[in-house]
Write a protein that binds this ligand. Structure first.
Ligand code: ATP
Length: 452
């Protein structure tokens, strides 16, 4: 194996191990031997995830006048999935090894042999990726339905409710963050491909016009890419991949994937698609309810005031939250070679302060002589504004390292001088620079540096 590839593979192992050791991500039901393709976010992981979701919501929903939010159910009427095409077409080709009985996705296999034991494979069968479930007490008579494989359909089926209740006018969008489930044949690469995951999706409704759709499509590709840059992902780690015409679904006028340079290869983080009026038309047909939008401003001749009815076109940015977290961790992970002022092997997570799980650690130099009491006072007042962590055990160097490893951007040290001058030392994670500031200025300093 060449050196670069080995480093990249090691990187994944190191991230998985750090995530478990420091409480970012655990295998689900680990004490029972785990469950395939499902992960749990631990105390630090849930903070990181919440920060990313909150930033997504702020950027795409609450900061904008043309967006509203939604939180729709995970289980929906099964007809939704007939209309959307998922019952008929949401499948991957499945092959099974005749020797070891492992199952694989046929489109991910190179030479038609089992990747594990080189055994002969069965003919590919279509395997529907939706997770089936039953509503109601009697399993044999209850209608089967599905755990949603995407959040988007919840938006389409609520289109009429949203237009009627919020009086929002086209162009407008609806954003939703929530869980989605897919019975992936080969989950893997840690949280990259899982069976339960979270998506942040936007359906942006526009006039049914090809040129407008193209314009909004380009705009949303840029907005989605900016989101990743703003949460701290490096520009050089991202690529845009526009789908070939032959790759597009029949209703799509264009799809672009935002890809990230993961240690296991460049892979999809998000997709932005022009979905035309496909989904709303399907739901109109299957439900028998009109999903037309009445546009007061357009008419047979513009400005005539007569208005016009149409089914809007839609542009959809669809972003995986778990993949964003994994990308952030991969980009932020840094192990010292011993030439940067840190000891060889020490790990620093260069997380953007905006999304770091803990913003500030409060560290008394020693526990005695009133330093711990003073530090706790500062901890109390900081904690009301930021996620803060109090740590009084071990040497100060060790405590800094513990915080660097989980990406805490600032550490505040309380020393003997603090008792005299009411000032503390604040250390910045990446530069390791230390500054002396007044206790009364601590929260202002943090606000200034975290929200910039
Ligand atoms: P892939 O080709 O990787 O299976 P997809 O093209 O089927 O993904 P979409 O249906 O476009 O994915 O879903 C939108 C986003 O949801 C993806 O870009 C990804 O970030 C996330 N996502 C999809 N499937 C999974 C999964 N199994 N695990 C984690 N995230 C996922």
């Amino acid at each position: 194996m060449d050196n670069k590839k080995e480093q990249k593979e090691n990187l994944m192992e190191k991230i998985v191990s750090l995530c478990k050791r420091r409480g970012f991500i655990f295998q689900s039901s680990e004490i029972y031997g785990g469950v395939g393709g499902i992960y749990d976010y631990g105390p630090l992981g849930v903070e990181l995830k919440n920060n990313i979701k909150q930033y997504w919501w702020k950027k795409f929903v609450s900061d904008r006048e043309d967006m509203v939010g939604l939180d729709s159910g995970i289980v929906m009427n099964p007809k939704v999935w007939e209309a959307s095409g998922h019952v008929g077409g949401f499948s991957d080709p499945l092959v099974e090894c005749k020797a070891c009985h492992k199952r694989f996705r046929a489109d991910q296999i190179k030479d038609n042999k089992c990747p594990d034991c080189s055994g002969e494979l069965t003919v590919a069968k279509n395997f529907n990726l939706m997770l089936k479930t039953y509503l109601g007490p009697a399993e044999n008579t209850a209608t089967p339905t599905y755990m949603r494989p995407e959040t988007a359909q919840g938006i389409f089926v609520n289109f009429k409710n949203i237009v009627e209740s919020s009086r929002i006018k086209i162009p407008f969008g609806v954003g939703q963050i929530g869980k989605a489930f897919r019975n992936e044949i080969t989950p893997g690469n840690f949280t990259y491909r899982t069976r339960e995951f979270e998506q942040g999706e936007i359906e942006y409704f526009i006039k049914p016009d090809k040129a407008e759709s193209e314009k909004q499509y380009r705009y949303w590709i840029d907005e989605a890419r900016d989101f990743y840059l703003e949460i701290g992902i490096k520009k050089s780690s991202l690529t845009l991949r526009e789908h070939e015409k032959t790759e597009l679904s029949h209703y799509s006028n264009g799809t672009t994937d935002i890809e990230f340079d993961f240690p296991f290869g460049t892979s999809e983080l998000a997709g932005i698609a022009q979905r035309t009026d496909f989904d709303l038309s399907q739901h109109q047909q299957f439900s028998g309810k009109s999903l037309e939008y009445f546009d007061e401003e357009s008419g047979p001749s513009t400005g005539s005031g007569q208005g016009k009815k149409f089914i809007p076109y839609v542009v959809e940015p669809s972003m995986g939250i778990d993949r964003a977290i994994l990308a952030v961790l991969c980009d932020a992970f840094d192990q010292s070679d011993g030439n940067d002022g840190r000891e060889k092997g020490e790990v620093t997570l260069h997380l953007s302060a905006k999304i770091a799980p803990i913003k500030v650690a409060i560290l008394p130099l020693v526990k005695k002589d009133g330093l711990a009491e003073k530090a706790k006072e500062i901890y109390k007042s900081t904690k009301s504004c930021f996620t803060a962590y109090y740590d009084e055990s071990g040497s100060i160097g060790r405590r800094y390292r513990r915080q660097d490893e989980i990406g805490t951007p600032f550490c505040i040290t309380i020393d003997y001088d603090t008792l005299k001058d009411n000032a503390v030392t604040i250390r910045e994670r990446d530069s390791m620079k230390q500054e002396r500031i007044k206790i009364s200025e601590v929260n202002n300093y943090l606000f200034g540096h975290i929200l910039e």
